[in-house]
Write a protein that binds this ligand. Sequence first.
Ligand code: S3P
Length: 185
Amino acid sequence: MSVRKKKLIYLTGFMGSGKSTIAPILANTLGYSFIDIDNEIQSVSGKKIPEFFTELGESRFRELERRLLDRASRSDECVVSLGGGTIANDANLALIKSSGILIYLKADVEQILHRLRNKTDRPLLISIDGEKLSAEELRQRVSALLAVRESYYNQADVTVRTDELTIGRTVDEIVRLIRIVADED
Ligand code: S3P
């Protein structure tokens, strides 16, 4: 007897790549439910992410992120929007790859910088006093994180360049590519 494979789609990509915008639209298009790991962290902890980092530190954040990923990985017919750093951990990557299809929303560095230039809600991209970084500091921080993470993002089953497509076209492209990947299984 064949066992139907779970239908779980994970969206990864750097901060500002559009995961949280695309995920609910993709879920709606597929008729799936949707989980945003960052939102879950905020609702379980009762803290906004910058507050969580300041009060409890990054390692506690990563622990909670891991627990919520574990819970999300048991879902079916669901789109999961990961945090930009969720995947940069071998155990998380293995769990994601074994439980669903991984989509990398790939944005060009210039686009990422443009989208994040005025944001102060990403604790990894602000100064220790919670201030905005200069354009040059932001570029260096983003480049350093991307250099570490690229090899994780590149483990995706499907890569979609978000800077070349509108949101609607990105969703259509993901749906088309998911069908190809699912047929190969
Ligand atoms: C992080 C990305 C953020 C959030 C946290 C850490 C990261 O999510 O999880 O600030 O390590 O890249 P988004 O990618 O949704 O901004």
